[in-house]
Design a protein around this ligand. Sequence first.
Ligand SMILES: Cc1cc2nc3c(=O)[nH]c(=O)nc-3n(C[C@H](O)[C@H](O)[C@H](O)COP(=O)(O)OP(=O)(O)OC[C@H]3O[C@@H](n4cnc5c(N)ncnc54)[C@H](O)[C@@H]3O)c2cc1C
Length: 581
Amino acid sequence: MYHKYDAVVVGAGGAGLMAALQLVGKANVACITKLYPSRSHTGAAQGGICAALGNTEEDHWEWHMFDTVKGGDYLTDQDAAEVLARDAVERIIEMEHMGLPFNRTPEGKIDQRRFGGHTRNYGEGPVRRSCFAADRTGHMILQTLYQQGIKENVTFYNEFHVMDLLINNGRCVGVTAMEVKTGELHTFHTKAVIFATGGYGRAWRVTSNAHACTGDGMAVAYRAGIPLMDMEMYQFHPTGLYRIGILLSEAARGEGGILRNGNGERFCERYAPTLKDLAPRDMVSRFIAQEIREGRGAGPNKDFVYLHVDHLGKEVIDSKLPDITDFARTYLHVEPYTEGVPIQPTAHYAMGGIPTNIDGEVILDEKSTVLPGCYAAGEVACVSVHGANRLGTNSLVDLVVFGKRAGLKAAEYVQKNDWESLPAHHETRSNELLGFVNAGANDTRRTEIAGDIRKELQNKMQDWVSIVRNDTSLNNMMTKLSELRERYGRLRLQDTGNKFNTERLEALELGALLECAEATTKGALERKESRGAQYRDDYENRDDVNFLAHTMAYRAENGGVKELRYKPVVITRFQPKERKY
Ligand SMILES: Cc1cc2nc3c(=O)[nH]c(=O)nc-3n(C[C@H](O)[C@H](O)[C@H](O)COP(=O)(O)OP(=O)(O)OC[C@H]3O[C@@H](n4cnc5c(N)ncnc54)[C@H](O)[C@@H]3O)c2cc1C
């Protein structure tokens, strides 16, 4: 089926909804989403969204910008960090006016709390910068933005799985999508596409991410010739529920929670004397890994540590951390009022993704050449505002700051530009992919089940492309990935029906995960240094001479990474320094 819209937003999380809201009234816009909008992963975000409002103590956007750059281990593009820190303040007020129910101070201002890596006066000590709605901030943001979308009559195509990006004469002209209910292929002809499809945490076994976080948007762009940037920079959040990975927000430590090892020691103070448990995530995850490696973990296998909030008292726990403490009760049967909660680091957030400039325009190379009509925002995008490590609460603010900028830029573009036709045979690639996935029922050479390949992928990524990496582990993963790609080529569906075929969906999602995992592993292998989330025990130091640069991975026609190129980091105010906390 054929549809025509001035602009199409792919994804209805925080970034997609914010972008779509900028287009209403200026362009005929549709929002295509594989999930019902309010099921997007943004709704799972817990701890907060930061802005230097200074409501409870002195704060300035320049301090926020500095923390973002230093937190990102100086891989952050500083023009982007400046935009983030400045615009954050306006976006929070804008959402407050939309009706977002933030927690309040006694005098009625938006309340703020501490989060890792956010400091006063360029690193002197923690600052209260994160605005929040208990520990369900993302849920409130998502509901608030979706309500606005309904109010403004945004057209939603719910449960449509986008499969391909269409490019003609060097311009982006549309997408194809499979309607999940019927299995039918739809073509959306458009002047502008905005990707807002979120992350790919499902490439790992222990993850905080929802089942739908499978990197589809990154894979679609990558297959269409767009590079993926800084994919090796994948964040492990320090505090996931032991073995399960469900997140216990950093807000727990922001409110005064602490980590203790198997001997009961508050180990973070040994590694980060100033910020202690509130050091940035890459570091705290590494501290935990080191405690465990050196035999100071807890439990029979000494493979976890404890998060304690019991000393905070029932009132703080119930008013500020109700959901996450319930998760601990429900899933691990521990009582946070009185005991520590077993935790381990969990695969959480993609700093990398589809490269864009500060207006959300997708770029194609190290010279920042723009692909006209193509935009990306949110976790799928790499602006790069988070560099090698994102600070807590900086993602939600990234969604609304850069979602808005991408939406505004796309609105301007569709008003100025004429229609470009669709390329010939625009459905071929999607039909081939669908045909490949659908085939197999009668083909006896095809024996592989998607779930088996996915499990293997997740287990090996967990072992080899984790908090600590090296040449051996990464090479092992590259070999494993070519084996998994070959097996994927022999995929067989057991369900060959067209209606709500979730097995087919999972097979398509697995294809995307494999693309993302390979770009991640290859980027990590070739980056022979340690920086932020990329920690290598065979190259333990940061190397600014050779690697103060963004990795851009290009895909080969038949799959796999064809080449890596490097793009210089934008440095404006802060020269790279050693990171101490
Ligand atoms: C448990 C958890 C807690 C978090 N807590 C915080 C926090 O407190 N503060 C903070 O700043 N950050 C937090 N984060 C990070 C932050 O929530 C995410 O990075 C952010 O919400 C991603 O938003 P998004 O709009 O980019 O994508 P998502 O919210 O993930 O939305 C993706 C959208 O894309 C659509 N989509 C995907 N693939 C396709 C496809 N093939 N076709 C069509 N549509 C598609 C989906 O339907 C969905 O609507 C947390 C993350 C997790 C997992």
